[in-house]
Design a protein around this ligand. Structure first.
Ligand SMILES: CCC(=O)OC[C@H](C)CC[C@H]1O[C@H]2C[C@H]3[C@@H]4CC=C5C[C@@H](O)CC[C@]5(C)[C@H]4CC[C@]3(C)[C@H]2[C@@H]1C
Length: 388
């Protein structure tokens, strides 16, 4: 393949053979060094709010339809970071580190929107599930959700991924909730060693105030001929044929918002005009042993140097420690305590909103839902109170 660095051709070929006997758990694949990233998947929750001003904007919008439009605009603005930031910064999609149970990623954004805080926790290891909560106290906006992946590989080495889980946005001022479903994706370019994400079909946002947004990624940009194209419509639930607003463009580029009837452009978004706010993360010395960058620092360093022996030795050390903990828990007949989240049979907010999307989304089949537990968060073991 074109993008496989010289010297890695052999390992890439054997890697490609390995993924043809794929088990469904992406983290089980041992990929060659040039495709590995020293960043853990638990950090990916931060992609939801790197534009804090867009994240809090709905709280300032009095009109319910325009508020729902502000939520849709914020959601679309996150897609570029969620699904293509590794390409931009690292040259291709990379394989993130597989978080261990209890692994934490804490940070905050400090900018014109005030303080927006992030807590991300690996709440399950088999299968891998990351739960997160992002909130801005001044504006009374809180996002909480969780996600996992179900993957399969085609003969042509395209990795198909169904995302399990959802996100729920709550706006205090209007006591309003938004259910955000997660798009399916597939990874192309694996054969050539330059993988990248493509988003599939559609995803939805359903508000408790009676508005539905549908984002259609399958448009291959047949009009514009550009990749990563999308078309989104916002409508009164049940009245898809009568959109109040439509947004279209590229989720990796710019997009414009039109009024449903008149079709005249009322807003346009250019990512170049919306610099990201950098997430503030404690230094490794200050971090708790359960925090991602401290826990993986030796592995991340070895990966950055392409030192595979140290990478696998340090990874095995972490994996062995984890296995020993699980054995101990089994012997003591107890389960690992999550720091910030609780597994529940159901979530009343989800139960109120999901049926409004009805059969247009397959409800994500997980055993229970993961909920932010404010009580736990107050007295969670590691001294995060003063820092998160
Ligand atoms: C697994 C075989 C392999 O290493 O092939 C190399 C390729 C990098 C493909 C596999 C990895 O691709 C990565 C892309 C990751 C998703 C990117 C964005 C998100 C959005 C975020 O909100 C939730 C997580 C999610 C879905 C990531 C999940 C893990 C993905 C698919 C990585 C694959 C292991």
């Amino acid at each position: 393949g074109s993008s496989v660095p010289p010297g890695s051709k052999g390992s890439w070929a054997s890697f490609l053979k390995s993924i043809t006997s794929f088990s469904g758990d992406l983290s089980s694949l041992t990929a060659p060094p040039f495709i590995l990233s020293g960043v853990s998947l638990v950090e990916y929750s931060s992609y939801w709010a790197e534009h804090p001003s867009l994240f809090v904007a709905p709280a300032k919008e009095k009109d319910p339809a325009k508020r729902a439009l502000a939520v849709l605009t914020w959601f679309i603005s996150t897609l570029k970071q969620q699904y293509s930031s590794r390409n931009e910064h690292l040259g291709s999609e990379k394989k993130p580190l597989n978080p261990f149970l209890g692994e934490l990623f804490l940070g905050r954004w400090q900018d014109e929107a005030g303080t927006t805080q992030l807590v991300s926790e690996q709440v399950c290891h088999h299968p891998p599930v990351t739960a997160y909560c992002i909130w801005n106290g001044e504006h009374g906006v809180r996002l909480q959700g969780y996600n996992g992946q179900k993957a399969s590989i085609s003969k042509a080495l395209t990795i198909h991924i169904k995302q399990i889980g959802h996100a729920l946005l709550h706006i205090d001022e209007f006591n309003e909730d938004y259910l955000i479903t997660l798009p399916s994706l597939h990874i192309e370019g694996v054969y050539g060693g330059a993988p990248y994400v493509e988003l599939n079909k559609s995803s939805f946002i359903q508000s408790s105030s009676g508005y539905t947004a549908k984002i259609d990624y399958s448009g291959k940009g047949w009009l514009s001929g550009k990749k990563n194209s999308f078309t989104a419509t916002l409508y009164h639930e049940g009245r898809e044929k009568d959109p109040l607003y439509t947004i279209d463009g590229q989720w990796t580029g710019s997009f414009s918002t039109k009024e449903g009837k008149s079709k005249n452009v009322i807003a346009s978004y250019d990512p170049a005009k919306h610099p990201l706010t950098k997430l503030v993360v404690a230094s490794i010395e200050e971090q708790d042993e359960m925090e991602s960058r401290r826990a993986w620092q030796k592995v991340a360093h070895a990966i950055s140097k392409g030192d595979m022996d140290t990478t696998s030795a340090e990874k095995s050390r972490i994996e062995n420690e984890q296995r020993a903990l699980r054995v101990k828990e089994k012997e003591d007949g107890r389960e690992w305590n999550r720091f910030f989240f609780t597994r529940a049979k159901s979530d009343p907010v989800l139960d109120a909103l999901a049926p409004k999307l009805g059969e247009i989304i397959e409800s994500d089949k997980t055993d229970g839902v993961w909920l932010w537990d404010a009580e736990k968060a107050k007295n969670s073991k590691p001294p995060f109170k003063n820092r998160s």
